[in-house]
Design a protein around this ligand. Structure first.
Ligand SMILES: [Zn+2]
Length: 208
């Protein structure tokens, strides 16, 4: 099981970032031929895991815009919010550009939601075929829903983003479980109250 840590806590929070510290999950084969084994002389069809209801619902959209739209609908549902939020702008960037912008240099961030700017994504991620990458996109879309709907907006900036982060991780795990992915993400958490203005936890390279 991959354990992924994320970080976030900025006193004046602008960006919500997701780090990738685990190998991506292999894309599930869409059209796996039936496989057989011989058990005590009998030819037995091996069970192939069926695509989950959520995987079928998301499907394999032709464009990133369609994928974002479908994931956003799931994010609205999982957060218990009414439908109707417009998709955020999505900007694909090289990993170098993304990390320079969000961390000022190399770090393990692969995607971020920046209120006002939308989603910034490492253009080498494959949320179309990789369910872990898809869950990262989903996580950032949960932040979009939280931002647009003003979830926890009564709290101070750091507490608000702590709560949003905790929820986003929980929903990302629910999303992964619903996909049938054997991977979980872990919210490393970060304290408030010390004028933290930088990521509270350092990461090694993503290993990809
Ligand atoms: Zn997050």
């Amino acid at each position: 099981m991959g354990i992924i840590t994320d970080f976030f806590c900025r006193a004046a929070a602008l960006a919500v970032v997701t780090a990738l510290n685990a190998a991506p999950v292999a894309a599930s084969a869409a059209a796996t031929p039936d496989r057989y084994d011989v058990v005590y002389g009998a030819r037995v069809k091996l069970s192939v895991p069926a695509a989950s209801e959520l995987a079928l619902r998301i499907g394999r959209p032709d464009t990133l815009e369609q994928l974002v739209s479908r994931l956003l609908a799931v994010a609205e549902e999982f957060t218990g919010q009414p439908r109707g939020i417009r998709s955020p702008r999505v900007t694909l960037m090289t990993l170098g550009e993304l990390q320079r912008r969000l961390c000022g240099g190399p770090c393990s961030v692969r995607a971020a939601y920046v209120p006002g700017d939308g989603l910034l994504i490492d253009r080498d991620m494959r949320p179309d075929v990789n369910e872990y990458h898809q869950s990262i996109l989903f996580h950032e879309l949960v932040h979009h829903v939280q931002d647009v709907r003003g979830i926890y907006s009564a709290l101070g900036s750091c507490r608000r983003w702590q709560r949003r982060e905790t929820d986003a991780y929980a929903l990302q795990n629910r999303f992964l479980a619903a996909l049938g992915a054997r991977i979980q993400v872990v919210d490393a958490g970060s304290p408030c109250g010390s004028n933290v203005s930088r990521p509270a936890q350092a990461f090694g390279s993503s290993g990809e």
